[in-house]
Design a protein around this ligand. Structure first.
Ligand SMILES: [Zn+2]
Length: 117
């Protein structure tokens, strides 16, 4: 069991549900930005086409980050249902509460996260 009592877990659950909605809304609103850049060379000069490609790459990278966070949110909400929220999914030690407050969807403790990256 994590260092969290039921009241604290309920607060994290609420935060995670809100975060999940925000991330879903973000994915919906960014869907247009990640679409392939058109090949209309007449309308788009070479330099602005490079800009457009860079912006598209950034939008896609952002989208991927949002998708990762969304998956982590969902996994964290599932962990709450299993009564395993706040436990590192690798070493199964409790994740520091300060870390969860900063990143409620964090799947790993600081040590395991650093070991992975
Ligand atoms: Zn760990």
């Amino acid at each position: 069991m994590a260092d969290l009592d039921a009241a604290a877990v309920a607060v994290f659950a609420e935060t995670l549900r809100e975060l999940r909605e925000e991330l879903r809304a973000l994915l919906r609103s960014s869907a247009d930005g990640a679409k392939p850049v058109g090949l209309d060379q007449a309308a788009v000069g070479r330099l602005s086409r490079v800009d457009a490609l860079q912006q598209q790459a950034m939008a896609q990278a952002n989208r991927q980050q949002v998708q990762v966070r969304l998956r982590r949110c969902e996994a964290a909400l599932e962990a709450i249902q299993r009564d395993e929220y706040g436990l590192c999914r690798r070493c199964e030690e409790p994740i520091a509460i300060a870390r969860l407050e900063a990143m409620p969807e964090a799947p790993f403790c600081v040590e395991c996260q650093q070991g992975r990256s």
